[in-house]
Design a protein around this ligand. Structure first.
Ligand SMILES: NC(=O)c1ccc[n+]([C@@H]2O[C@H](COP(=O)([O-])OP(=O)(O)OC[C@H]3O[C@@H](n4cnc5c(N)ncnc54)[C@H](O)[C@@H]3O)[C@@H](O)[C@H]2O)c1
Length: 492
């Protein structure tokens, strides 16, 4: 929406008792946050007029255009998202999109949900490029446009020390450009990391969930607490106040590093189980019976994907070294990232071994492209590692995913929403994701469409029980991460 119209509507909203909140970044996080804020109400009245601001580039304008048409800028298989956004844009009229940074000046609260990527070459975790200057530039932009007294909360995942060492100074610099005396009127900056989970509980994972916050000073922390208390279900999920922004930054990184490490840990046991001729899935289920201490043990799988778990364990050391000058090595967290990244390559090696290295021209089908069932986010997926590696060895790779029409990160691999032509006559099938959308029919489809001599890699133990006997009869090899308890057809 153009700035003049947004300004008129924002002023009318303020006159009607609403606060104006600007959400910076309309990606996976920002969309859920904007939708959530737009639906927040008290006594039947909407609390906020929400402006979603994204970059003024092609992708940013497309997101804003979608929002202004009453549609979600990102997909989630949470049906409430489309409904909430549509209702807010068309009926309640308290949600608009913008590519104009002047919109920042209309808000009393700015919520930053922009990305901070980690760039590195695969296979190493020591040389990272983390464009913190880009994040600082965004904060300077906010400072240049915001009114003094505006609360700025950051929800992005950050290296330890970024808020106090980089973002707060950048915000002050922006304010000074406007002529604001920041000693007399210091900006309010809080860190309120996000735990939103794309999937069926997308919207609820923002406000019906445990939230934490910290401020650059006590006043900022209090303001963040008051803001979160307005729209988070704090009766059921009381807020956690961290002692500093660094503590909050560390909490988010610890949380994701812990999960990445748990996933990596099971990989060596999967290999052991394969060698020892036992079923690790069955073993883990038995261990999980010990509720309270062992019930979140991970099962084997193809690998870890998505934007967060593939990078966050590296941000702790990066921030400690680059921002705080500490000498830390964080070996568990770093090796978790490397282990998780190497996991998908086992599937590639199995296919290669099966065909004794003769891969040129083989038809390979990837079943599932995204990193998690029910989402269409294709960033940093294990299927990308598998697909690229097999394509580089001369295979003809195609993919099936009911939620993906185009694979942005891997445009050379065609994606179909119809599984049959993808798996029909394939030499190798790799089940990259255990998605309930295809679980009901995949085993039968593979049994019907594969020929003798093919290989199926099922890292998730999804189709084994339904297929193992038929595959053995049909001379189709089946390999499963963590399962050494059944025989597979001989290599070609
Ligand atoms: N995806 C998740 O499930 C998840 C969960 C919790 C936390 N996080 C963290 O939240 C942050 C955002 O993640 P995401 O998945 O939403 O990223 P994303 O890439 O989907 O979205 C980021 C959005 O910000 C916009 N943007 C970037 N710079 C901008 C600027 N200067 N001005 C305006 N808009 C700008 C981009 O155009 C994009 O639309 C990351 O730090 C991530 O680690 C993500």
């Amino acid at each position: 929406m153009d700035f003049a119209s947004i300004e008129t509507r924002a002023r009318a909203a303020v006159a009607a008792g609403q606060q104006v909140v600007l959400v910076l970044g309309l990606g996976f996080v920002g969309t859920a946050v904007a939708g959530n804020l737009a639906r927040a109400e008290r006594n039947g009245k909407r609390l906020y007029f929400v402006i979603g601001l994204d970059r003024n580039d092609e992708a940013g304008r497309a997101k804003v255009a979608r929002l202004d048409q009453g549609s979600s800028p990102t997909y989630a298989n949470d049906p409430s998202l489309e409904r909430v956004i549509h209702e807010a844009c068309t009926a309640a009229k308290n949600l608009v999109g913008s590519n104009d940074p002047r919109s920042i000046g209309l808000a009393s609260i700015v919520v930053s949900c922009i990305n901070l990527d980690v760039q590195r070459e695969a296979g190493q975790v020591d040389r990272l490029v983390v464009p913190t200057e880009g994040y600082a530039a965004a904060m300077r932009m906010v400072g240049e446009h915001m009114r003094p007294g505006t609360l700025v909360t950051v929800e992005s995942t950050l290296p330890i020390g970024l808020c106090d060492r980089v973002l707060y100074p950048a915000l002050c610099e922006g304010q000074r450009k406007q002529g604001v005396d920041v000693a007399a009127q210091p900006p309010k900056l809080a860190y309120c990391y996000e735990r939103v989970m794309p999937g069926p509980d997308y919207l609820d994972s923002v406000n019906n969930y445990w939230r934490a916050y910290a401020g650059i000073d006590a006043g900022s922390a209090d303001a963040a607490r008051d803001f979160l208390s307005q729209y988070v279900n704090t009766e059921k999920f009381p807020l956690w106040r961290h002692k500093s922004t660094r503590a909050a930054e560390m909490a988010k990184l610890l949380e994701n590093s812990y999960r990445a490490t748990n996933i990596a840990f099971i990989e060596e046991w999967a290999k052991l189980a394969e060698g020892a001729g036992v079923d690790l899935f069955d073993i883990v289920k038995s261990v999980r019976m010990r509720k309270g201490t062992h019930d979140n043990m991970m099962l084997p799988g193809l690998g870890v994907g998505g934007y967060c778990l593939t990078k966050d364990a590296l941000l702790a050391r990066y921030g400690a070294e680059k921002l705080l000058g500490l000498d830390v090595s964080m070996p568990f967290s770093r090796s978790a990232i490397l282990t998780n990244e190497s996991m998908p390559m086992r599937a590639v090696r199995w296919v290669e071994e099966h065909f004794q290295g003769a891969l040129a021209g083989r038809k390979v089908a990837l079943v599932g492209v995204t990193y998690r069932p029910g989402v269409n986010d294709t960033r940093s997926t294990p299927s990308e590692i598998v697909g690229r590696a097999l394509a580089a060895k001369g295979c003809k790779v195609s993919a099936y995913d009911p939620l993906v029409t185009h694979w942005d990160e891997c445009p050379e691999i065609a994606v179909s929403q119809d599984a049959t032509p993808v798996v029909r006559g394939a030499d190798a099938v790799i089940i990259c994701l255990p998605d309930p959308l295809y679980r009901p029919f995949l085993a039968d489809l593979l049994k019907a469409e594969l020929r003798g001599g093919a290989i199926v890699v099922d890292p998730w133990n999804m189709i084994v029980d339904a297929c193992a006997a038929d595959f053995a009869r049909g001379d189709i090899a089946l390999k499963v991460y963590g399962r050494g308890d059944f025989a597979v057809a001989p290599a070609r």
